[in-house]
Design a binder for this molecule. Structure first.
Ligand code: AQP
Length: 332
């Protein structure tokens, strides 16, 4: 059975719709076809400042949302990254075979450090992609379900896996990104040229799954479209409408050509109002399920403990192999 691995950051109190459609939904689907490992990446989260109380709460909330979205602890391994120390250990090794220039070319670092100001960006933020490389290689993952913004990091993972294997002998599987084109990039509702992101300039463009559904419905109803009136999929000339059509299609399973037919002769208002309703109907049970997991911390913690144990057994084996190839003396 092929392996899948992915991680999501606990950097906000809620996942947003881009996280869900671009990544989490694929996590759920891959449970059926892959030996799947999913983690809440708290080590990644601290590459930018975090309040300790919030980080702890957000990490649990992230795990609860993953379960609410449909991850089944009997069919996948769900854990918290910091529970498996091998991530930090292999990351160090990978840091030591990564070129400084190579790491400097990562566009996410460039964007995020530019936003923060170069003096405030940490070395951790710079080496974030290399920690991600370690995350993936530890599990010998074949497929990594992610959104389009992560493609470059998966390419780096392949490069470093091949470099290590070439230098020290076959050790790691080189993974491929698992990116579903239709939902690879969900755009901001107010700025359809930008990816929906938790650091959105305008909060009205960002749909958080755990926000009050009424608030989210309003965001859909006031989404930016264009001055034309025709509902047609056209990424270039109608990015706002196309984004709404993609979201509609992803949530209802209706193909985009069929949606174009359904909305023929109707205005943007109809599309937005429908989408608001569809979203609320989908998200309401998601809230309830998330709340149930959060209200039962014993069950949640036991799922995460079991997940960490299973993850560690796989990760420890890979790390031992890597240490051995490098020439470290085995600890007795
Ligand atoms: N807009 C998006 N469309 C599709 N996929 C997306 N992802 C994120 N945004 C979109 C995917 O979600 C997964 C988890 O991402 P993450 O843990 O890196 O989350 P994040 O970085 O906190 O999400 P943001 O909002 O993108 O954060 P900032 O604002 O910090 O950049 C990944 O698979 C990602 O591709």
């Amino acid at each position: 059975v092929p392996r899948a691995l992915s991680g999501i950051q606990p950097t906000a109190g809620s996942f947003h719709l881009g996280n869900y459609l671009g990544a989490v939904r694929q996590y759920v689907a891959l449970q059926d076809t892959h030996d799947a490992f999913y983690m809440v990446v708290d080590l990644h989260a601290i590459t930018v400042p975090q309040d300790p109380v919030e980080l702890r709460a957000n990490t649990r909330t992230a795990a609860a949302q993953l379960l609410a979205a449909g991850l089944d602890p009997d069919r996948c391994t769900l854990f918290i990254q910091s529970h498996v120390p091998e991530h930090a250990q292999l990351a160090w090794v990978m840091n030591c075979i990564t070129g400084f220039g190579e790491a400097s070319r990562m566009t996410q670092f460039k964007d995020k450090s530019a936003k923060q100001g170069a003096d405030r960006a940490t070395v951790g933020l710079f080496t974030y992609p290399i920690l991600q490389v370690a995350d993936i290689l530890l599990y010998q993952a074949d497929a990594v379900p992610v959104g389009e913004d992560q493609r470059q990091h998966i390419e780096l993972t392949r490069d470093l896996a091949e470099r290590f294997n070439g230098r020290f002998g076959q050790t790691f599987t080189a993974p491929v990104p698992y990116i579903v084109k239709e939902v690879a990039k969900i755009y901001d509702l107010q700025d359809p040229g930008a990816k929906m992101s938790k650091s959105a300039a305008n909060p009205k463009g960002l749909v958080n799954l755990l926000d009050d559904p009424k608030v989210s419905a309003k965001k859909f109803r006031s989404a930016v479209t264009d001055t034309d009136t025709v509902i047609r999929y056209d990424e270039k000339d109608k990015p706002g409408v196309s984004n709404l059509l993609r979201i509609h299609s992803a949530l209802t399973g209706t193909g985009i050509p069929e949606l174009e037919r359904q909305y023929e002769g109707k205005g943007y208002g109809a599309l937005k109002t429908d989408l608001a309703e569809i979203f609320v109907e989908w998200v309401t049970p998601f809230h309830d399920r998330t709340r149930e997991y959060l209200d039962d911390p014993e069950t949640l913690d036991s799922v995460l403990a079991k997940g960490a144990e299973k993850a560690r057994s796989v990760a420890a084996e890979t790390l031992a192999a890597a240490y051995d190839r490098i020439g470290f003396v085995p600890a007795k």
